[in-house]
Design a protein around this ligand. Structure first.
Ligand SMILES: Cc1cc2nc3c(=O)[nH]c(=O)nc-3n(C[C@H](O)[C@H](O)[C@H](O)COP(=O)(O)OP(=O)(O)OC[C@H]3O[C@@H](n4cnc5c(N)ncnc54)[C@H](O)[C@@H]3O)c2cc1C
Length: 189
């Protein structure tokens, strides 16, 4: 079959690679001069700026995409851990480092927002770990069996009664800082 994939962002590139690996003829159409989409690069006035993803949570998915066309990601891309991953700067001059690893990040949150928020961050991280495991199982099963009926139950998000549904992530108000859990903003389909 001849398939036309519109858009050479990570999604389109991945779809095109998997379709090609499955033996289809593929044409990939992109409106911009370079591929990448939101994971692109801006070059301006001598500066080079990555304009999209910062945190790579599932490198296996990228590896799978290369493998789909018989390539080895290591021949094309070198992934190096960076710590801190980035620095959030607030208008009052305070800064939050987004650290590599749960322990380091928990300590960062503790110093930034206090012990209660550090403890909440620990719960949130625990839930994310369950979610990550769930997704890995789902990916492995869907690629090997093409069957979603064996999915384990999704983990329940950690409860956080004081969080406001309209706010997300780290927020600062009235000179105070607090971490708001993001579970209200995540829905399952
Ligand atoms: C600031 C920022 C930070 C992010 N941080 C992270 C992160 O830390 N971790 C993470 O996993 N994700 C992150 N993301 C999200 C991640 O970058 C995107 O989810 C991912 O790149 C989206 O890929 P996509 O292929 O679905 O869409 P896109 O990248 O939007 O690709 C769509 C492509 O289609 C093209 N296109 C659209 N319409 C047409 C048309 N009619 N004809 C031809 N071409 C067309 C567009 O030009 C584009 O190249 C971040 C995104 C941003 C913007």
């Amino acid at each position: 079959m001849h398939v036309v994939v519109i858009g050479a962002g990570l999604g389109g590139l991945s779809a095109a690679a998997h379709l090609r690996g499955a033996g289809h003829e593929v044409t990939l159409v992109e409106r911009e001069p370079i591929p990448g989409g939101r994971a692109g690069v801006i070059r301006s006035d001598g500066f080079v700026l990555d304009n999209g993803p910062t945190v790579l949570t599932m490198p296996d998915l990228l590896e799978n995409t290369f493998q789909a066309v018989g390539a080895d990601m290591a021949d094309f891309v070198t992934i190096k851990p960076v710590d801190p991953m980035y620095r959030a700067c607030y208008t009052d001059g305070s800064e939050l480092l987004v650290r590599h690893g749960r322990d380091a990040m928990t300590e960062e949150v503790r110093g930034f927002a206090g012990p209660k928020e550090a403890e909440a961050f620990g719960r949130f991280s625990g839930w994310l770990e369950q979610l990550y495991t769930h997704e890995k199982i789902r990916c492995n099963r869907s690629s090997s069996k093409n069957d979603a009926t064996f999915l384990p139950s999704l983990p329940n998000p950690p409860s956080r009664t004081s969080a406001s549904p309209s706010r997300q992530g780290f927020t600062r108000s009235s000179g105070e800082s607090r971490l708001v859990s993001m579970n209200e903003r995540i829905s399952w389909v």
